[in-house]
Design a binder for this molecule. Sequence first.
Ligand SMILES: [Mg+2]
Length: 209
Amino acid sequence: MRKAFALDIDETICDTRRYWFAELSQRFGSPRAGSLDDLIAHYEYTTNVAEWQTPEARAWLSAARADDRIHRDLLAPIPGAVAAVAQLNERFDIVYMTMRPDSIVGATRDWIRSQGFPVGEVVASPSYLFDGERPAWKGRELMGRYPQVVGLVDDHIDVANNIPVGYQGKLFLLGQPSAPRSDISIIPCADWSEVTRQVAIAFPRELTP
Ligand SMILES: [Mg+2]
């Protein structure tokens, strides 16, 4: 049976953050002058923008995170992800593993297909979990699927920090400059071309006679 690779969705293959920053700026005001790129580079997460922590803004974002139409139709892929994942899929099955609530799995599956990503199981977190419980949920899922699932590509430090001690697979940490811990194998990757390069090093193809 072919081994599999797990892929996170938001900020790993899907540029979800750009949509939230654009919408929150328009609806609740931009906290500083400059382009959308500048805003994202400065704050990184919407939770770091004080202006967007009002009850109204939080309620809008909370509802939007569970909105089928947004997740099916309105999000763009991360640059380079479609081609890199196609290449990964030549050697590995793909499992999508996301902290999104399982209520939007259908819309997520439609988006994956419409963007040209390979078909694969979508593992989403139970809707009843609190946000703070989701990274640990994901770490346990990943641990439980090893060695069938040999690695994960993910952007989130909280996920890296919540993978159980003793995990034998590899985490390719996208867009982060360094590994937050050294007891498991974490490979920081600036972008998807670096992921492709590092996967080839970590999982060398067997020499064919
Ligand atoms: Mg993510």
